[in-house]
Design a protein around this ligand. Sequence first.
Ligand SMILES: [Zn+2]
Length: 181
Amino acid sequence: MSDTLLLNACGNPISSFPVSTIRWQRAVKLHFLNKVDILESYQDWQINSPSFSMHVPATVITRDYYRPKHNVCFNRYNLALRDEFKCQYCGEQYRYDNLTIDHVIPRSQGGVTVWTNCVIACKRCNIAKGSKLLAPRRKPEQPDYYRMAALRSRFPFSVRHSSWLDYLPNGVLNETVSVRV
Ligand SMILES: [Zn+2]
């Protein structure tokens, strides 16, 4: 997750899985190109150069409207969310830190890293499984955007700046929630 939340002209993030964030350097550049407006900045984070000084943008909004991206990128967080943070072998729910990507058909047997061949698993089950073939509890499927959006409302995740909370329901400005999206 980068420092600056990128909102579409309509006020929603351009993408949600992952949330559209950009590096602050790019946000500053887009600002000077008049492509985005700055909605909020980090008050405790200032950048200085010989010609200007400004606070780092926390949330920016595009001037033009872009078609929202409803795809769900394959990554460990999205896989954990699809599987509701439950190990697909023992069925227990775990903290994100304790979950790993498991290949149902192991990579050593030609299994590929795609939604339909991967499930989330606790470290213990993943090690115990090794290169064996075991059926997970639920057949892995490509996740649907709307189902993922519904799941997100059940699992809090941390955000970088309080202004993000206006656009990301269920975000938490709290470092004890370790999942960043
Ligand atoms: Zn397990």
